[in-house]
Design a protein around this ligand. Sequence first.
Ligand code: GLN
Ligand code: ZN
Length: 764
Amino acid sequence: MAKAANLGYPRIGQKRELKTALESFWKGASSEQELLNAAKQLRQRHWETQKQAGIERIPSNDFSLYDHVLDTIAMVGAVPPRYQWNGGAIDLPTYFLMARGGQKNGQNVSAMEMTKWFDTNYHYIVPEFAPEQTFRLSSRKPIEEFLEAKQLGIHTRPVLVGPVSFLLSGKSQVKGVTPLSLLDCLLPVYAELLQELKNAGADCVQIDEPFLVLELSAEAQEAYRKAYTALHDAAPEMCILLTTYFGSLQENLPLALSLPVKALHLDLVRAPQQLEPAFAALPPAMSLSLGVVDGRNVWRSDFERALAQLEKAAHKIGKDRVLVAPSCSLMFTPMDVEAETALDADVRSWLAFARQKLDEIALLTRALNEGIAAIQNEYDANQRVIEDRRESFKIHNPAVKSRIAAISPDMLNRISPFPARKAAQQAQLHLPDLPTTTIGSFPQTPEIRQARLAWNKGKMSAKEYETFLRKEIADTVKFQEEIGLDVLVHGESERTDMVEYFGLQLNGFAFTQNGWVQSYGSRCVRPPIIYGDVSRPQPMTVKWSQYAQSLTTKPMKGMLTGPVTILEWSFVRDDQARAITCQQIGLALRDEVHDLEDAGIRVIQIDEPALREGLPLRRSEWAHYLEWAVNAFKLSAAGVKDTTQIHTHMCYAEFNDIIEAIAAMDADVISIESTRSQMELLGAFVTNHYPNDIGPGIYDIHSPRVPGQQEMEELLRKALKVFSPSQIWVNPDCGLKTRRWEEVRPALDAMVKAAHTLRQEVKK
Ligand code: GLN
Ligand code: ZN
C-alpha cells in the first residue's frame, strides 16, 4: 500500500504563538522554561493534527526555535569562535546569540549572516566554517524530539538537513578551503546521530538535500557519493529518505538514484517531467516519495492531475514503493484556510493551506490505494472547485487579456535614448551636479501607526485620517526643503508595506487575516494572494504625490513598487505563467505612471528590490527570467515622455552577474545599496560602463548609527573616482521607514552637506 507522508509543518503556530513566546523571552518577560513549554505545546499540537489527518509518515525535528539550519549548526557544533562557546551542549543563550547577536562577557558580538533559503522568502542562518573547523554532536534535538513524539504515541520520521547541503549552504572563512573539504570530519557526527536515532527507536529518517536540484561541481557530486555511502554504512538498517525539492534533478538524477538510500523524494509540482526518467533507472529496492501537493503555494491540488501521476507510478513500481507527499515542507504555506473568515467565499474555496494540504495528501493516498470510489464525494467536490476556479469571472478579465495580447515591442522602449532624455530632463529640472534625494519612505512613527490603527478600527474617520496624513506629508516636505534636498519625496506615511499598499488597490489580489509565513526567526509575513487578472480600477498614488508637489517648487518624486517585486513578494496564481501575471502588473503600473505624469509629476521611481531574488535556481534559466522581468519593468516605465525622469531602486543586491539586465531596464537613475560594501559593489557598474545615472547609497539605514559628513564625503570621493560628477546621485541606501526622526534629521543634513562639499571639489 502507498503511504501518506509529510515533509515538514509550519512551526510558528496558527496564532503565531511561537513569535509571542520568543519575543517575550527575548524581552526578559518570560523564562526559558516558559518558552520551551510553548514550543513543546506547538509540536504536540502539530503532530496530533497530522496524525488525525491520516498522515502515516509524520516528521519530527522540523520544528525550530529560530531556523533549522541554525539547529544543524548547533547539532554539529559549528559555533563560530566569537561566541566563546565552551564546547558542551549548546545552550539557548548561545543559540540566540548566533541568531541575533548581543552581549557576551561584556562585549558586543555580531549575529551570523542570514540569507534566503533557495528561492523562498524564508531566511536561514549561514553556517560559517572557521580555520581548523572541527565538528562533534553538540545538540540532541533530533533525538529528543523523536522521543517527545514517541511519548505521545506518535512514531515520527526525523528530518535532517543533509551533510552536503549543510556544507554547501555555508561559507568557509579560509581562502582556498571549500566547505565541502570539511565533509570527512562532518560525516562521523551524522553517523553517530543516526546510531542514536536508531537506538531511540527511529527506523526511518528524512535527509534533505535540496542542492541536488542545482548544477553540481564534480567535487559536490563526489561528496554526495561519499556522504551517503558513509551514512549507509553507519546505520545499514536505517531507512533513509533522500529529499530533493524546489526543482528538477535533471542531470543529477542518475547520481541520486545511485546512492544507497531507501527512498528518493521528487518535487513533482515544480518538475513533473522528472517522473518518467526516474522510473527508467530506479533501483528495484528504492521507493519514490512523490511531491504532488504544492508546498510552496496556496492553491488546492487538482486531484485528477495528482492522481494521474500517482497511478502512473503505482503502475510502474507498485503501490508499496510509493509515498504520497507535499512537494517540499509545508512550512512555506500559511497554516489554515478555515481561519480566513473575511475572504471572498469563491477565492477561499480555491485555497489549501498547510492543514488542508494534509487532508489532500491523505485523500490522494486513499484514492490510490482503494480507488477513487473510496473518496468519491471529496473527489467530486475537488473537481467542482477546480472547474469553478478555471472558469470564474473573478479570475478572467477579457479586457486585461486583450491588452496583454496587444503589447507591442515599442511599448517597452522610451522615445529617445538616454543622452537625449537626460538633456530634456535637465532642461526642466535644472538639477546641480551630484543631486541629492532619498529612497522614498520617512520614519513610520508610533503616531502614524496609531492613526492607521484608529482609522482601521473605525475610531478615526477617513477624513480625519486624511488630514493627519496630509500634515505628515507637509512636515516631511518642509524638512526636506529646509535641509536643501534637490528631489523630494512625500514620505510614504500612508503605506504599511510596499507591496500590500498596491495589492489592496488592484483587482486580482486577495489578503488574508492570518496567512502568516515565517520570514526569519520570529518574523512572519502575510503575502498577498494574486488569484486573478490584475487591473487598476483607479489611480493609487496620484492624489498623495500631487498634494506633495503642490507644497514645493522642487521636483516631487512619485513612488511606486515595481511589477517584479509585487510578484515576488506574493503568492502567485499557478494557472498561467508568472511572466504573464508580471506583465499584467506592469500594465497596471504603466497606467499609474501615466496618471502621475499627467498630474505634473516629473520624476517617478519604480522600486525593484526583489529583481535579483526572482532569479531561477539554475543558471541555465536565468536569461529567460531576466528577459521577462526586465520587460515587465520596462512596460511599467517606458510609456512616458523624454522629459519625465524614471528612477529605480534596488537593495541587498549583488549586481555583478545581472548588470546587463539592469542596464537593459534603462532607468534614467538607479539608486542602490552600497555603504556597507564601501562602494565595492560599484565594480560591476564600472566594468560594464553603466551608461545611465547612478546613486550609490552613502548612508547605511540598517543601523541606528548617524553617519558623519566626512565619512559620507569619503564614500562619494570613491564613487567619483569611477563615475563622472554628472552621473552620480547622492542618497541613502534604502528607505528610512524603520529609522527614527532623531537619526534621520542629522544624517540627511550631513548627507546634503557632503554633497555640497563635493560639488565644490569637483568644480576645482
Ligand atoms: N521606496 C521604498 C522605501 O523607501 C523602497 C523600499 C525597499 O527598497 N525595500 O521604503
Ligand atoms: Zn531598498
